[in-house]
Design a protein around this ligand. Structure first.
Ligand code: KG4
Ligand code: ZN
Length: 352
């Protein structure tokens, strides 16, 4: 299973090979990460990431099979990410999955990355039954979906420009934070030291009564706030900032986070009302990398409760990209008989 990233997102690229049993037990999980590319170059370069995946994939797959203690021939199916993502990197996984499927005569299940973020909630929360509302918040996408069945989703809202994770990552970079663990966690941590009302950022799309998301304007507001506080011209890494400078940055981080989460709450509240008028939903699922943020979890939990829903949020390690979500989504489709022979081509489909 491959996850992709492009340089703009400043997150980590890694191969992950996972085996999940039909009953949801994770029998093996091996990850090969390219996190050092991020700290060394400040981003992920597609060509380098592709080479990294190609170099790692055979070993990662063999280790996962060894760890699980099963023979390839005893597997039921093989699931692989088909997109959305960087085709160069996706292709490495698709090619490997295809060759395994052909060699061991296994059915093949192409998995959509964002569907997997949503479906992994059902692995961790066995009480979660369709229909439910899903908010997906990651580096490349924000989505609000009404999940009716496996593979059957009504889209209520989507990203109009930048996704929230991209805004977190850009803010982290502008604030000179250490990106080693990712921009989002760095902003979340610094925000704890700041006053969330220090900077009066405006909440995006307040007057537009739909469920779409826009974070590009907030990103620009953050940039302007930093410039106006005169910490950009000589921006030093946060570890070298003096106490006053650190406080300014913490205030910006906290104010950014407050408004970013308010935008999520805003769109989500409307989506809940729509969804409740269409369907007997009982739960709100929040997943994707940004769902590992404690403020996001808490605020959306409160929102769900206010509307008589329960929040179902996977544990943080399954909110951020992982192979388990791909394997589990494969299981969900396989159980419904939705697998095929491997495709006769190597190229991933053009998935958005
Ligand atoms: O879903 P994901 O792991 O990868 C994509 O599919 O994009 O999401 C990655 C995004 C990154 O932008 C990362 O900074 C953000 O999730 N993220 C967070 C946190 N942990 C990861 N954002 C805010 N707070 C966090 N704790
Ligand atoms: Zn993701």
């Amino acid at each position: 299973m491959i996850r992709h990233i492009d340089k703009e997102q400043y997150t980590v690229s890694h191969d992950s090979q996972v085996m999940v049993r039909g009953d949801g037990q994770i029998v093996s999980e091996v990850v090969s990460s390219q996190a050092e590319m991020l700290t060394q170059y400040g981003g992920v370069f597609p060509k380098m990431a592709e080479e990294g995946h190609a170099k790692a994939i055979d070993k990662v797959v063999s280790e996962a099979i060894l760890q699980a203690g099963v023979k390839e021939s005893s597997l039921s199916a093989i699931a692989v990410t088909i997109g959305p993502g960087l085709s160069l990197c996706l292709r490495v996984g698709v090619r490997k999955a295809r060759s395994l499927a052909k060699l061991y005569q296994l059915p093949w299940i192409g998995v959509h990355h964002m569907e997997a973020h949503a479906m992994v909630a059902r692995l961790m929360d066995r009480q979660l039954e369709f229909p439910f509302l899903v908010l997906l918040v990651s580096g490349g996408h924000n989505l609000l979906l009404l999940a009716q069945k496996v593979g059957d989703y009504i889209q209520l809202g989507t990203t109009l420009d930048d996704a929230i994770g991209e805004a977190y990552d850009k803010t982290a970079r502008e604030l000179g934070l250490d990106l080693a663990r990712g921009g989002g966690p760095a902003v979340e941590e610094l925000a704890l030291e700041g006053n969330p009302k220090a900077v009066n950022f405006s909440i995006p799309m307040r007057n537009i009564r739909d469920c779409n998301f826009s974070f590009a304007g907030l990103k620009t507001q953050v940039k302007l706030a930093i410039a106006s506080k005169a910490i950009t011209t000589e921006l030093v890494p946060i570890k070298d900032a003096d106490a006053e400078d650190r406080q300014l940055r913490a205030d910006i981080a906290a104010s950014f986070q407050r408004v970013a989460v308010l935008h999520l709450e805003d769109r989500c509240a409307r989506a809940i009302e729509w969804a409740q008028s269409m369907s007997p939903i009982k739960a709100l699922v929040v997943s994707g990398g940004v769902a590992s943020n404690k403020v996001v979890r808490q605020r959306l939990g409160e929102l769900a409760e206010k509307h008589g829903l329960r929040l179902s949020c996977p544990p943080p390690r399954l909110c951020t990209d992982n192979g388990v979500m791909i394997a589990w989504t494969g299981v969900e489709h396989f159980k419904l008989g939705r697998s095929q022979p491997p495709p006769p081509y190597d190229e991933p489909e053009d998935v958005h």
